[in-house]
Design a binder for this molecule. Sequence first.
Ligand SMILES: Cc1cc2nc3c(=O)[nH]c(=O)nc-3n(C[C@H](O)[C@H](O)[C@H](O)COP(=O)(O)OP(=O)(O)OC[C@H]3O[C@@H](n4cnc5c(N)ncnc54)[C@H](O)[C@@H]3O)c2cc1C
Length: 334
Amino acid sequence: MHLQQNISLLPYNTFGIDVQAAYFTELKDINDLEAITELPYEKHILGGGSNILLTQPIKGLVIHNQLKGITVEKEDDNHVWLRVQAGEVWHELVLYAVNTGLGGIENLALIPGTVGASPMQNIGAYGVEAKDTIESVTFWYWNEKRLLTYNNRECEFGYRASIFKEGLKDKVFITSVVYKLSKQPRYNTSYGAIEQELEEMGVKEPSVKAIAYAVMNIRMSKLPDPKVIGNAGSFFKNPTIARTEYEILLEKYPSLPSYKVSDNLVKIPAGWLIEQCGWKGYKIDDMGVHAKQALVLVNYGKAHGKEIWQLSGEILRSVKERFGIELEREVQVW
Ligand SMILES: Cc1cc2nc3c(=O)[nH]c(=O)nc-3n(C[C@H](O)[C@H](O)[C@H](O)COP(=O)(O)OP(=O)(O)OC[C@H]3O[C@@H](n4cnc5c(N)ncnc54)[C@H](O)[C@@H]3O)c2cc1C
């Protein structure tokens, strides 16, 4: 283990925020976790840094996850179970799966970040969530100094939620994830513009590869590339409200979009609410709200995390004032 001091985290977060970590190490060998546990610093786990907002210098230790490796755990006529080390890049795993014809995660192409973070907030896009293929998650429990494995049910997955983001928050280091991928995939093309994109691509028979590339095309046309404009994807979750509350709002705002969650619950796109409050394309100094996607807060240059945090607070307040809906931040604040 190589322990470094006073390292800038600028290259390690997609928001492009420059703060220092007092201590920093790359974790390449799982056996180092025991020694790291004994270090007397508060521990922060960093994957691809694509879902964090850095608002202050980090006094403790940042552990940059570099655990690598993909192995076949088992296989039958219909499925392959892949054990993937947590430091693998998520999109590389998607490419590995689609290039070997394995289905289940193709709709999640091009989501930035690491495999280890995929169960954290149960990443999702285009009608698919990580929980649909996660068989188990193995993690190092700091307090107990040992590895534990939870099956899918024990992970308590929900919409952008899991036990790792709640009950076990800051208590564990996810070291590997087992995904159950399908040899005879069922395609999910009903969401968003996937079907239209497949048509434009001239694809007659969908395949996992074609769907992954359709999703990549759509994402590249819609979302700002963090290499060009600093951002962490959707800053807020889409709120779920009671159907009764929704019906009252609908009378006042007839164009209010919604998705049915259950007979009593409705999900509202947070981007629409933010746009209605006039924030889309807002810019002040080096930060703002993306001009094409109101759910994405951006850093155009040297914005501070604290300022972006304050801006997100103003957005929360204005949505609450106008619609009575409390938005929740999706991004983890450090
Ligand atoms: C342009 C863009 C588009 C995006 N689109 C989507 C999308 O469509 N759907 C979606 O769900 N998300 C999306 N995101 C958010 C982000 O990509 C995901 O949340 C991703 O899983 C974060 O991975 P990461 O490795 O970068 O995590 P980090 O940002 O490094 O970490 C996020 C949190 O997880 C914790 N963590 C990370 N790794 C571990 C580990 N091994 N063990 C324990 N805790 C850990 C960290 O401590 C931190 O609290 C997008 C982000 C960007 C920038």
